[in-house]
Design a binder for this molecule. Structure first.
Ligand code: 5GP
Length: 174
């Protein structure tokens, strides 16, 4: 049986998301917002965040890969699925699960900037400031964490643990 060291409970996550949603609602009032959800790790975060927001923006998805079923970044970012809606002249808010090295976010920002959006910003539920290899802008962060591998609430280890309601460190990965 897997054992977990809890980092953030369901309740802590929910109350932080309420604060982020209110902040984003305020900052994007009157703007042409689109939420761009980065698959797959952000699925629960994006769903809860969008439903706490009052703005009801359009939502699209993009999928990138830099992890290959282990707990270390390969350092190479690949585009696996592009978004469908146009982002030209729109205020894009990237919804990320976690910013680790920052390589994925750097790649994504460059890709999107070339498509002439009005603006690009990012909200990430988690960030690992000690692991950042890039000075990449991150406008909204749920929680800063140490440089350790976490699972749950969308975050997987080899496609497991995404549906845990909390965020935790895996003691004995199986
Ligand atoms: P970066 O490019 O910033 O190094 O990594 C971004 C991606 O790596 C995240 O979107 C996530 O999919 C994965 N990742 C980074 N750290 C963790 C972690 O602690 N746990 C899990 N499950 N995935 C992580």
């Amino acid at each position: 049986m897997p054992e977990f060291d809890l980092r953030f409970s369901k309740e802590q996550i929910a109350s932080r998301i309420e604060v982020l949603a209110a902040q984003i609602d305020r900052d994007y009032a009157g703007k042409n917002l689109i939420l761009l959800v980065v698959l797959k790790g952000s699925l629960h975060f994006a769903s809860d965040l969008a439903r706490k927001m009052k703005l009801d923006p359009p939502i699209d998805f993009i999928q990138l890969a830099s992890y290959h079923d282990d707990t270390k970044s390969s350092g190479i970012v690949q585009l696996k699925k592009d978004h469908d809606m146009t982002i030209e002249d729109r205020d894009v808010l990237i919804v990320e699960d976690i910013v680790d090295t920052g390589l994925t976010l750097e790649y994504l920002r460059e890709l999107l900037e070339a498509r002439r959006p009005a603006s690009v910003s990012c909200v990430s539920l988690l960030a690992k400031p000690d692991a950042h290899q890039r000075e990449v802008a991150l406008e909204y962060v749920g929680f800063d964490i140490k440089n350790e591998f976490v699972v749950g609430y969308g975050l997987d280890h080899a496609e497991k643990y995404r549906s845990l309601p909390f965020i935790a460190v895996l003691r004995n990965p199986v």
